[in-house]
Design a protein around this ligand. Structure first.
Ligand SMILES: [Zn+2]
Length: 186
C-alpha cells in the first residue's frame, strides 16, 4: 500500500484520481478539514470498495492499515508467485476485505510484477557486474515504483527470513541483499 507516485494509496495498481477521507465524513464531519485524513485513491477503491466503511475494534481502534503511518508488512503477507495477500492480524484481514485487495486483477498484476522483478534484478546485477552503474540505477529506479514497488519490498523483507534460500535463486537473493542496503529497507 502507498508505494508509487500518483498511484492509489490502497491498491497501488490504478491512477489516484480521487481523494478519499480515510475516516469517513459521515462518521466524523470535522475530519473533512484534517489534511492527514485525505488520501489519494482510485475511484474503484474509493467509490466501489471502501465508501464509508471504517471498521473499529471494541476498544475503538481503527481496523484499517493507515498507509501513511503503518507498514502494511506488519499486517499483511503476500504470496509472491500468486499475488495473493492474506491478513496476519485482524487489521490486515479487514484491510483486505474493505479495500478489496483480493480482486483477481490485482492478484494477477502482483504475480506478473513478481516475475518481472526477478528478471529486472538479474539485469541490475549484470549491469553492476559490467561496471554500468548508470544502467543499473535506471533498472533500480523502475523497480522502486509501481507496479513493482510493493512486490520488491516484500521480496526484500523475505530475503533474510528463514528459508529465503529456498524462496529465491542465489543470484536473486544476492541482488536483494544489496538492493536492501541501497534502498535502506529495515
Ligand atoms: Zn485503488
Amino acid at each position: 500500500m502507498a508505494a508509487g507516485f500518483v498511484r492509489c494509496m490502497y491498491c497501488g495498481d490504478s491512477l489516484g484520481t480521487d481523494i478519499d477521507h480515510f475516516k469517513p465524513i459521515a462518521r466524523d464531519p470535522l475530519s473533512a478539514f484534517i489534511w492527514k485524513n485525505h488520501f489519494l485513491a482510485c475511484s474503484h477503491c474509493n467509490s466501489n470498495k471502501k465508501r464509508d466503511q471504517y471498521p473499529c475494534s471494541p476498544s475503538g481502534e481503527c481496523l484499517l492499515v493507515d498507509p501513511s503511518r503503518e507498514d502494511p508488512y506488519d499486517h499483511l503477507r503476500l504470496t509472491l508467485p500468486t499475488g495473493k495477500y492474506r491478513g496476519i492480524t485482524e487489521k490486515g484481514s479487514e484491510t483486505i476485505r474493505v479495500f478489496g485487495l483480493s480482486r483477481p486483477d490485482l492478484e494477477l498484476g502482483r504475480a506478473h510484477a513478481y516475475a518481472r522483478c526477478g528478471s529486472m534484478l538479474r539485469d541490475w546485477s549484470a549491469q553492476i557486474g559490467g561496471g554500468r552503474e548508470d544502467l543499473a540505477n535506471t533498472v533500480l529506479k523502475s523497480l522502486s515504483v509501481q507496479p513493482f514497488a510493493d512486490v520488491l519490498y516484500v521480496m526484500i523483507k523475505n530475503s533474510d527470513a528463514p528459508g529465503a534460500a529456498n524462496l529465491f535463486e542465489a543470484e536473486i537473493l544476492a541482488a536483494l541483499q544489496k538492493v536492501r542496503h541501497i534502498l535502506n529497507v529495515q
